[in-house]
Write a protein that binds this ligand. Structure first.
Ligand code: FES
Length: 195
């Protein structure tokens, strides 16, 4: 088992100090995983920042299908995670960085329209910053492609008790990201109400 994480607070700081052989307790797996596209469809996977870690297994599983595209985005080349791992999968891989230090300069979502042109039967999978996922959902909607978003949210309990991970829904009300997600049909989400 491998865990890819970034130190952003006390918990991840403690994890970063763990020594080889030390016991670490964890709860999981939690929530719902990505489901594969139906037969005859392929995938366009879009990920940014730490969201890249969430889509690796999906990309590895779908890689044997033809026409799978992966678009990765980060602020800089140094912040780009897993580039080498993805390049070994044999998928169509494109990278965008804000400063142009790797791949094209700009936002990863700028690559999405062209990727849909190449994979018109692609189901869009997206994970990363909210603004990025929202934009990917808009593009997918405009192109008539289904879009699955893996929401990133601050989670305390992870199994539906603390209500700290509520996500607003377009039809009203909330879903719990940890229990009902983190995968959602992007059309379900009230993106304008997400911070
Ligand atoms: S993290 Fe506690 S309800 Fe989702």
């Amino acid at each position: 088992m491998e865990i890819l994480f970034k130190v952003t607070g006390r918990g991840t700081a403690l994890l970063s100090e763990a020594q080889s052989g030390e016991r670490v307790r964890l709860v999981g797996p939690l929530g719902r995983a990505f489901s594969d596209p139906p037969p005859g469809e392929n995938a366009v996977i879009v990920a940014g920042g730490t969201g890249i870690a969430s889509v690796y297994e999906l990309a590895a599983r779908l890689a044997p299908r033809t026409g799978v595209s992966v678009l990765l985005g980060a602020r800089t080349r140094d912040a780009l995670m897993g580039h080498e791992d993805f390049s070994k999968l044999g998928v169509r891989l494109q990278v965008a960085t804000d400063d142009g230090s790797e791949g094209t300069t700009g936002l990863v979502t700028d690559l999405l329209d062209a990727a849909i042109d190449v994979s018109p039967k692609g189901r869009i999978y997206v994970c990363g910053p909210t603004a990025m996922m929202r934009r990917a959902a808009e593009i997918a909607g405009a192109r008539g492609r289904p879009c699955v978003a893996s929401l990133e949210n601050t989670m305390a309990c992870g199994f539906g008790v603390c209500l700290g991970c509520a996500t607003p829904l377009r039809e009203g009300g909330f879903a719990l990201t940890c229990r009902d997600g983190p995968m959602f049909d992007a059309t379900q989400i009230a993106w304008d109400k997400l911070a």
